[in-house]
Design a protein. Structure first.
Length: 296
């Protein structure tokens, strides 16, 4: 069913700001709006739309940004070929009843270029391992653009998926360290029926790679079960998971690690709260996933 909300589309920051300002001062002088924000790089799937639905339930106005952020891609990554189906994304936002879609250009976001830019540098203990070790500079690019988007949208609540768990921890820490007036809301990973975590990059998988991709989720479930049932120690469970993944044809394991779910510090033994995270390449496609291990 189509929504009755008329979705505004903003291509530049000044127009977005004007809308945001009017929301606060003109139309809603008596009752302040609650703005929910879902930052995305587009190629929207059910994972993104679950964040949008949550935001719509909890906020009076919802903004979705669609911006493929060049400064979070490491040299040699897929910035140029990253999917950009803007019309389809917009249609999904309109149907859902999103109030505003912010779709800036790189020139709008980085008017002084990318080389000389004031950047947000998250602490090394959060970004030096896991994905950060394989994508140097990535989280600096994420934190910088998210800080800029927060300044432009001025949300009360910002919604992030748990699939990008390290990103979620980095953003939470940035908000805390910089006293940004926004509450970060995390939402569970949305999965295909065979367990594969939804991701805009899944479209790159060929049919053979797609068939084996759920092995990441299955391995996380097995590690969690083996460690919590005490069938194996945590380190044995991780070693067993790594061994199995390394035997999958076409799969290159980058990491399978257990970390404190709040600080992301690697843990030697089971503790609570704990997250097990994995990254692997299937052919050229890099996939990540994680599981929050239930309390024993
Ligand atoms: O998760 C993403 O899609 C991106 O990293 C984000 C948060 C939109 C920043 O570009």
């Amino acid at each position: 069913m189509k929504s009755t909300v008329e979705t505004q589309v903003f291509e530049n920051i000044a127009d977005l700001r004007q809308w945001r300002c009017r929301l606060r001062y003109k139309d809603n002088f008596d009752r302040q709006p609650i703005v929910g924000f879902v930052p995305t790089m587009g190629a929207l799937h059910q994972g993104h739309m679950s964040l949008v639905q949550k935001a719509l339930q909890e906020c009076s106005h919802v903004v979705v940004s669609i911006f493929v952020n060049p400064i979070q891609f490491v040299k040699g990554e897929d910035f140029d070929k990253y999917p950009r189906p803007f019309e389809k994304d917009l249609e999904l936002c309109v149907r859902a009843g999103v109030h505003a879609v912010f779709h800036p250009t790189c020139e709008q976001m980085y008017p002084n270029g990318q080389a000389s830019l004031t950047r947000v540098v998250p602490p090394g203990e959060l970004t030096g391992h896991l994905c950060g070790a394989f994508r140097p500079g990535h989280f600096e690019g994420v934190a910088t653009v998210v800080a800029k988007l927060f300044g432009q949208v001025e949300p009360n609540y910002a919604y992030f998926g748990e699939k990008d768990y390290q990103q979620l921890v980095v953003v939470r820490r940035m908000v805390a360290d910089l006293d940004l007036p926004v509450a970060v809301v995390a939402s569970p990973t949305v999965r295909e029926s065979d367990g594969l975590a939804m991701s805009s990059r899944n479209v790159y998988l060929n049919s053979g790679e797609r068939a084996v991709a759920p092995v990441l989720h299955q391995t996380l479930l097995t590690v969690s079960k083996n460690a919590t049932s005490k069938a194996l120690t945590l380190q044995e469970a991780l070693a067993d998971g790594r061994r199995k993944l390394e035997q999958v044809p076409g799969l290159t394991l980058q990491y399978l690690e257990a970390c404190d779910a709040i600080t992301l510090e690697p843990v030697a033994e089971c503790k609570h709260p704990m997250v097990v995270l994995v990254a692997a390449k299937l052919g050229d496609v890099r996939l990540i996933d994680n599981i929050i291990v239930p309390k024993i």
